[in-house]
Ligand binder design. Structure first.
Ligand SMILES: [Zn+2]
Length: 228
């Protein structure tokens, strides 16, 4: 398995999407986005990459070579030479890998998706569709907005108040711990959950919608090794 999280450098897009923007829906020149996606393809070393039309929902799709840009927020596959990509600019890019059954997945865990337990639903689909065992699955959460920056209004977190930290009348949500707890609850082992400590809103090497408004998207990408 190979995986990586991109940052904003190494692409061809112009401001405000400079330079490694991977999203077609943010007003960037589509030719530049396609060039960036070709660069990404070379970096991950596969023939094709599947992107999602992300909707902030909880739909998980099982995909293969014949799938074209599914409308969903998570997808899983056991097909080799097909990379799965999740685009973000604050939401958590979640990568999943079952090392025994050789199954990979990606999930787009923003606030809405996290509240809908998108991570657990992705794991469940790996168990149901590929016979994965939960103790074989590893989770990688990439750079995303953390509680230093993620101010939310108290009214919108119904049921998830335990993940709020409030100070000086302001409340901040900890999406990473929420997702970690969800994965633990479904049986993922603590040693198999990796969380990138970077807050993309603090760290200007990454795009951040919260910080910049109109901007690009970076990504998490994962692929199975090809047979030799
Ligand atoms: Zn921050």
């Amino acid at each position: 398995m190979k995986h990586l999280f991109t940052n904003r450098f190494g692409g061809v897009s112009h401001p405000p999407c400079d330079s490694f923007n991977l999203a077609l829906h943010v007003g960037d020149n589509s030719l530049h986005v396609e060039q960036n996606r070709d660069i990404l393809k070379k970096q991950i070393g596969v023939s094709s990459i599947l992107f999602m039309n992300q909707l902030h929902g909880d739909i998980v799709e099982c995909v293969d070579e014949s799938t074209t840009t599914p409308s969903c927020d998570a997808m899983i596959t056991n097909v080799k030479d097909l990379a799965l990509c999740v685009m973000v600019a604050d939401c958590i890019p979640v990568l999943l890998f079952d090392k025994v059954r050789n199954v990979i997945g990606v999930a787009h865990a923003g606030r809405t998706g996290s509240f809908l337990h998108i991570g657990q639903k992705t794991v469940q689909k790996m168990l149901d569709n590929y016979g994965s065992c939960v103790e074989d699955i590893s989770i990688f959460m990439g750079p995303s907005i953390r509680s230093c920056c993620y101010e939310v209004s108290k009214e919108i977190v119904g049921g998830f108040e335990s993940y709020l930290t409030c100070r000086d009348e302001k409340c901040f949500l900890d999406l990473q711990t929420l997702n970690r707890d969800d994965f633990l609850k479904i049986g993922i082992l603590p040693k198999n959950i990796m969380i990138e400590p970077t807050c993309n809103c603090c760290d200007k090497r990454f795009f951040s919608y919260r910080r910049d408004g109109v901007t690009g998207r970076f990504c998490g990408i994962i692929a199975l090794e090809q047979d030799r």
